[in-house]
Each structure stands twice: as C-alpha cells, then as structure tokens.
Design a protein around this ligand. Structure first.
Ligand SMILES: *Cc1c(COP(=O)(O)O)cnc(C)c1O
Ligand code: SF4
Length: 448
C-alpha cells in the first residue's frame, strides 16, 4: 500500500527522466519548445507504468502527455525555437508564447461568458450552468491535474497558475444557488481534476453543500476526473486515500448517486494493477464509474481500440458514457479527425461490442448551442446528409430532435457544417435570441 511517491515532471526537471536517454537531442528540444506554449506535466506513474518506451514514437500515452513538434504550426515552432536560441529573457519568452496561445482559441464554446450564472447580481466564480439539470463546479483548489493532456481544452488555466488556493466562498455561494434552483439535480465537480485535492480540502468544498443538502434537489454528484489514468495511487496508496473513499461512502449513504466520471483515452490506462485496484475500491463505496473520452488521431483513431476500451471498462464494472469530438482549441490540428471519420470509427467499434457496452453515446461536439451527436449518415431525397441530434441543449426543447447537415468529408466541427436542403438549422433563431438577450457583451462565435 505505501512506498509509492508522486513525482511530477515539468519543463524544469523533465531531463532527469531516465527513459528520455533514448530520445534524440532534437526530440528533447521539441519538448522544450512546444512545452513553453502548451502545458506540459507528467509523472512517475505515467512514465514507469503507462508509456511503452521501446516504441515511444507511436505510443499513445507518449502523445497524450509529451509535446510533439506538429502540435505547433511550423511558423510558431520557429518563432519559439529562435527566441530560445537567442536566449531572450524569460519574460520575453513568456510574452512570445502568450501571443501564440491567445490565437489558439483558449476559451471555446463561450465558456467564459455564456455559462456563468449570477447570484446576488454577481457573476459566480467557479460555477457554470449551461444545461438545466446540471451545474458545473470548478473548485479553485482542483484546477490542476496529475499530468497534463497535450490536447486539453482547459489548458489556459494551467499556464496562469492563478487561483489555486482554497476559496470557501465559492461553495457557500453554490450551496445558496442550489437551494434556489430546484431544477438542478446534478452537481458536477470538475477542473482540472478535483481528485488532485487532498481529502480534507475536497471535504471543505462539500461541507457548505452538505449542510443544506435536504433543501436542494440534488440527486447526483459527479466527479469529473482523470486520476484513475494519471494517478490511481490516489485511491490505493495516498496517505489520505481512505478518507476520500469515506467521503464517497458518506455521499452514497445519503441516498445520492455518486458518479465518478473517469476520463480514459486508451485501453492501456486500464491495464495496470494500480488502476484495477483503485476501481475496485471506488466501486466498493457504492459509487458508479462512468467513462468518457475524446477521439483523437495519434491516440485512439481505430475501432479496435474503442471496442477494447469499452469492453475492458465493462469487465471492470465501469459504464461507457460519452465519446467526444476533439475541441477546437490548442493543438486541435494535430489531433482532429473529420466528423465523418470519427463517426465511421464509432460505428465500427459500436457494432463489435454487445449491448451492455452500448451505453456509450457519441461522437458528440460540445459547442455553444449544446452537445450535438452525430447519429449517422443517410440519404434523403437523393442528397447525402449527416443526421444529428442534441444530447444536451441550451434550450431543453432542442434535445433528441433529429436534424440534418450537408454531408461534408472535411468538416471537423459544428461550425464547418451547413444545413442540408438550405435554410437554417432549426435552433439557430432561438440560439440567436438566447445570445442577444442575456449576453450581448459576448463577442464569441456562436458555433464554436
Ligand atoms: C456534458 C456536459 C454536462 C453534463 O451533461 P449530461 O448530458 O448530463 O452528462 C454538463 N455541462 C456541460 C457544459 C457539459 O458539456
Ligand atoms: S485530465 Fe482533463 S483537465 Fe486535466 S489535462 Fe487532461 S483533459 Fe485537461
């Protein structure tokens, strides 16, 4: 149980990773150049137990946590590389990298302005309420991860490194909000990764909500986390592992559904003794584990991988939940798959597994109007179309209504799609209204 210590690696100390001895100087240089722009952090579990170093160039977990040259455009790579060669000051280098970052769409889908609710006429910090039933809570102490995914859409917050201190006011306000909003049944702790918090701090965030739990309409508490992939020892060997499991029990004993929303990108993340033990312990508290992942080139763009991923999850008593399209942010060009290809991979994988694995939904795009799922390719009136539907909508009335877009092999996001048969998508006028009424100061593209 004991004896394993978490050791993280960032740009500052990554050259001490002994497995990197096999890498060429150019490869090491690449990590440094790209790592100055995109967030980079990994740890001893990822390095020692997940990455297969004999074949690191094709290893999915190497691509998942180590920066790769093509994640930046040639131009941007050259700019940063040159600045480093010229030994510019660290402030100057930061500015150069910052300028590149702001052009990589750091806040997709109107996260900053469209989803933040008001309480006492103030914007609530750390809270987003986009879909009627579900409130997202970003506790400030949980805005980091045990390692960073190179594709992360939350990446800007890792760079600033601000707001990492415990902020009790956030959950006090949230508790008040939940009492007034009985349409909210689900509270989702997210980040970053809330499971990077100590059990004590996590409990402190929960306490104000717990005090008023009977005056809210909460039915489910979810925890969005990649800790089972990046640091399963959090639940098996950490000093406060037991305390965290006790908190889970407390939630379940209250009659609340505790859904542990685990982020797994590849079956290898389910293969170690540590992750399997952690899953058992979490399920032992009465919590459920539901799983989700985006689909990416270089990591999981193969139906065999997805079929194996879902099968393994079910064998470990986890419930497949979502497949997402890569968000239009950060290194998207490196990872993105056209919608048509992603759907083809989904369909092939889905058809390989039994019904018990088919609780998964997707592929879906989390864009400003909602979560839009690609349900298939069809031919209507002699026109080839993509059939789409909302899994979640800013307006709940949109949910589950089929609609159609022109078939387009190069489209990789909702904003690339045009309505089939001309005209507008059925929700566009409605979306326009939502946009204008509430958030006229928000200058974002409505289909991000
Ligand atoms: C996916 C998502 C949720 C949760 O939606 P469910 O369909 O209830 O799983 C909540 N908020 C946002 C912003 C989301 O993208
Ligand atoms: S675990 Fe999630 S929040 Fe953390 S780096 Fe990966 S994608 Fe980002």
């Amino acid at each position: 149980m004991t004896g394993i210590k978490y050791k993280s690696y960032t740009l500052r100390n990554f050259k001490t990773i002994k497995q990197l001895e096999n890498l060429s100087e150019e490869n090491i240089r690449t990590i440094e150049v790209v790592g100055n722009v995109l967030p980079f952090k990994t740890n001893n579990y990822v390095i020692d137990e997940l990455i297969d170093w004999t074949n690191y160039k094709d290893d999915p977990i190497f691509h998942l946590t180590f920066p790769q040259k093509e994640m930046l455009s040639e131009e941007n790579f050259r700019i940063v590389d040159e600045a480093m060669r010229n030994n510019v000051s660290s402030e100057e280098l930061f500015d150069i990298c910052h300028k590149i970052r702001v052009k990589l769409n750091p806040h997709p889908a109107g996260q900053q302005c469209l989803n933040v609710p008001m309480y006492n006429e103030e914007m609530m910090s750390g809270v987003q309420h986009k879909y009627r039933e579900t409130v997202l809570f970003f506790p400030s102490s949980g805005q980091t991860c045990h390692a960073y995914c190179t594709f992360c859409f939350r990446w800007p917050q890792f760079i600033s490194g601000e707001n990492m201190k415990f902020a009790g006011k956030e959950s006090e306000d949230l508790a008040a909000y939940l009492q007034e909003h009985h349409e909210v049944t689900d509270l989702l702790f997210t980040g970053g990764d809330p499971m990077t918090m100590s059990s004590k701090v996590f409990k402190k965030y929960l306490d104000p909500i717990w005090k008023v739990i009977d005056k809210t309409n909460l039915q489910t508490i979810r925890i969005g986390t990649k800790s089972l992939s990046f640091w399963p020892y959090r639940f098996t060997a950490a000093d406060d592992a037991h305390e965290m499991l006790d908190i889970f029990k407390m939630i379940v004993d209250k009659g609340i559904n505790l859904a542990f929303m685990a982020h797994f990108n590849h079956p290898v993340e389910l293969s170690t003794p540590a992750v399997q033990e952690a899953i058992k312990l979490i399920l032992g508290t009465g919590a459920q584990i539901r799983t989700q992942s985006p689909i990416f080139k270089h990591i999981n763009d193969d139906p065999e991988i997805w079929a194996e991923l879902w099968r393994k999850q079910v064998n470990l008593n986890c419930i497949p939940y979502y497949m997402f399209m890569a968000r239009d942010t950060g290194a998207k060009d490196y990872f993105e798959l056209p919608i048509v290809e992603a759907y083809d991979i989904f369909r092939k994988a889905y058809s390989k597994v039994s019904g018990i694995c088919r609780t998964v939904r997707g592929p879906s795009m989390s864009c400003t109007p909602g979560k839009i799922m690609i349900s298939g390719i069809a031919e209507l009136n002699g026109e080839k179309v993509l059939a789409l539907r909302f899994i979640q909508g800013r307006n709940p009335d949109w949910v589950a209504t089929p609609f159609f877009a022109k078939y387009d092999e190069s489209a990789s996001w909702m904003s690339d799609l045009k309505p089939a048969f001309g005209g507008k998508f059925f929700f566009e006028d409605d979306m326009e209204k939502i946009y204008k009424q509430k958030y006229s100061d928000c200058e974002k593209n409505k289909y991000e």
